[in-house]
Design a protein around this ligand. Structure first.
Ligand code: FAD
Ligand code: NAD
Ligand code: FES
Length: 290
């Protein structure tokens, strides 16, 4: 059992959980994740280790409530317990001294990006954080990123903070040389965002690493649930990733596998809606009728 030490609401349906998991806190490296089950028999949910404090024996998870299971996790109050926190899983981030690195985060993907950006800065890269969100309320970790980034650029779709538009408007300026031009790009966020970033950096041949989020079940390479095609080869994101060369990823296949179980996900959400939280997050999340 793993105690939730703190549960802070960051925005609608977005929570930061500090969880006592001393072994994971000591062993984890940037880019790795855990699989969480809230209670016996619950679905297994992969979540990135956004931060860790080995001395306190805690890890930080930033969780967006999009369906029944993530709703359950964010509604666990401080002092209560999560049944399983398994990890650290996945390969750690490939770290290299590139020079100037653009770390591009879309929405909750910024939580996944944060430990990667921090590690890149720690080995001497000049990190430019480029973060996008629907509106100011959903801009994540800007203050934390500014502790080590050369600059933090923000784009919001409604213009309530920073540049108006998608996060890629800022990356376009970087690639055009209007802002510092990156030697490498790390991108984490919605599949369409990562696909757009990879398209933009392909012609100028800027190495681009993306962190993929396919549906995962066991997290050990056994079930095949998380398979993705990368450079024409089948990979399992839980053991071969979750980070891959963005120029090689089949994003269309990933998007289609992510939407395979929408009907079952809606049924699970409906079943869980005896419920106490706000409506589900995510622009594609439908409220069940009736
Ligand atoms: P479901 O009812 O299963 O789905 C609700 C909606 O979410 C549907 O639209 C569905 O298509 C979509 N969805 C389902 N699974 C995923 C998925 N794997 N990725 C994206 N969308 C999905 N989420 C966080 O909030 N914070 C994190 O730090 C984080 N890190 C992740 C790291 C990895 C390696 C992976 C694979 C995923 C990560 N996710 C993270 C996504 C998270 O695991 C999913 O949102 C969660 O599994 C959805 O479960 P659910 O039962 O609540 O929703
Ligand atoms: P969102 O839909 O609000 O988008 C956040 C930002 O991403 C947008 O404001 C925009 O700046 C950018 N973006 C979105 N679509 C784009 C496009 N087509 N082109 C360019 N930029 C685009 O995201 P959210 O609701 O905060 O986050 C949920 C998304 O994050 C889900 O799609 C989920 O799959 C993804 N996610 C990814 C990971 C991962 O490990 N890669 C982990 C968790 C969640
Ligand atoms: Fe089962 Fe990756 S989650 S093989």
């Amino acid at each position: 059992m793993f105690e939730v030490v703190r549960n802070e609401k960051l925005a609608t349906n977005l929570h930061r959980l500090t969880v006592a998991a001393p072994r994971v806190a000591r062993a984890r490296r940037p880019g790795q994740f855990v699989i969480v089950r809230r209670q016996e028999g619950a679905e297994r949910i992969p979540l990135t280790i956004a931060d860790a404090d080995p001395q306190a024996g805690t890890i930080t998870l930033i969780v967006q409530a999009v369906g029944a299971s993530t709703r359950g996790i964010v509604s666990t109050p401080a002092g209560e317990f999560l049944r399983d926190v398994v990890g650290p899983l996945g390969r750690p981030t490939h770290l290299e001294r590139w020079g100037c690195v653009a770390c591009v985060g879309g929405g909750v993907g910024t939580a996944v990006l944060y430990p990667i950006a921090k590690a890149l800065a720690e080995i001497g890269n000049k990190v430019y954080a480029v973060i996008g969100a629907r509106s100011a309320e959903y801009v994540l970790l800007a203050r934390e990123l500014s502790a080590f980034a050369e600059q933090v650029f923000v784009a919001t779709e409604d213009g309530s903070l920073g540049r108006r538009g998608l996060v890629t408007v800022i990356l376009a300026d970087m690639l055009a040389g209007k802002l510092p031009r990156p030697d490498a790009v790390y991108a984490v966020g919605p599949v369409l965002m990562m696909a757009a970033v990879a398209d933009m950096t392909r012609a100028p041949e800027i190495p681009t690493i993306v962190s993929l989020n396919p549906i995962m079940i066991d997290g050990t390479g056994m079930c095949g649930g998380c398979r993705v095609m990368v450079g024409g080869q089948r990979k399992f994101a839980c053991v071969d990733g979750p980070e891959f060369d963005g120029h090689q990823v089949d994003f269309t296949g990933l998007q289609s596998r992510l939407s395979m179980y929408q009907q079952q996900e809606r049924m699970a959400l409906r079943a869980s809606q005896t419920c106490r939280l706000e409506p589900p997050a995510g622009r594609n999340a439908e409220e069940p009728s009736g």
